[in-house]
Design a protein around this ligand. Structure first.
Ligand code: PEP
Length: 276
């Protein structure tokens, strides 16, 4: 039963110019009617099926304009935002800047930010706390490396990253767990590699995360928190991953860049919603 519906989020990373952003939305709009099953309209209308794209900073405004004219609701998320609202932080962007564009979603703690740009559990926590406080929806990414999995340390890493990124339970943190916090389990070994976690591996990790959330914030808050799987998700493997009870959607890089495969992923989301 997909009690939290299904969210398909496309992380564009450092891809698409302004022109290509417009072309992507135009193609998605033009092909939606034939690519999506009939059940998708009611799933979108009730909010059970949600679509999101995560363009690079420069394309956020263009994506928002195009999303307003899309054939179905498409949320636009930023790939990152600073915890301070303004100041001397060259290269960053802030919550109020995003809010002025009408953007209410932010990706946080992606493994590429941790790996290449010095993001730590501490900076990820500061972003999570501040952005939730400012009213954003936050997609928080966590996941183990191949070495950590091979050493049997997956649960330990997920526990550390999750508790490191979230406010203490005693600080009223449960009030943030109202569905605005989305957690993306992204095993680093599966990102951009073509290696996908099996549905059993994804479900095991997601069940661990659900339990960690329950232990810390209570079952009601935990049950409102969507858990996405990310790591080489494609239209071919999406149905089996979305069939897992604790998988509430997918965070997709490469396969989200082609309008036809983004639509095919949304079609898989609509099927998963219809089956539950
Ligand atoms: C990602 O960038 O979050 C991701 C999961 O990428 P890919 O789907 O290409 O593995």
């Amino acid at each position: 039963m997909k009690t939290r519906g299904v969210l398909i989020a496309g992380n564009w990373k450092m891809n698409f110019t302004l022109r290509e952003t417009g072309e992507f939305f135009a193609k998605v709009k033009g092909d939606a009617a034939k690519a999506l099953p009939a059940s998708a309209s009611s799933a979108f209308a009730t909010g059970r099926l949600r679509a999101c794209v995560i363009p690079p900073m420069l394309s956020l405004g263009r994506a928002m304009e195009a999303a307003r004219e899309a054939a179905f609701p498409i949320a636009v998320a930023a790939q990152n935002a600073h915890w301070e609202k303004k100041g001397a932080f060259t290269g960053e962007l802030s919550g109020p800047m995003l809010q002025e564009l009408g953007i209410s979603w932010v990706l946080n703690g992606h493994s590429e930010r941790r790996q290449y740009f010095g993001e730590t559990d501490e900076t990820v926590r500061k972003r999570t706390e501040s952005l939730l406080e400012q009213g954003f929806r936050v997609i928080l990414c966590i996941g183990e490396t191949r070495e950590e999995r091979e050493k049997g340390r997956t649960t330990e890493v997920l526990t550390r990253q999750l508790s490191g990124a979230l406010p203490e339970a005693g600080k009223g943190a449960a009030k943030f767990l109202d569905g605005r916090l989305v957690i993306a389990y992204e095993p680093v070994w599966a990102i951009g590699t073509g290696l996908t976690a099996t549905p059993a591996q994804a479900e095991e990790a997601h069940a661990t995360l659900r339990k960690l959330l329950t232990d810390r914030f209570g079952s009601e808050a935990a049950s409102h928190t969507p858990l996405l799987y990310g790591g080489s998700v494609t239209p071919e493997n999406a149905d089996s991953l979305l069939a897992c009870p604790n998988v509430d959607g997918a965070l997709v890089g490469g396969a989200s860049l082609k309008p036809e495969s983004f639509l095919a992923l949304l079609a898989a989301g609509a099927r998963a919603c219809a089956q539950s």
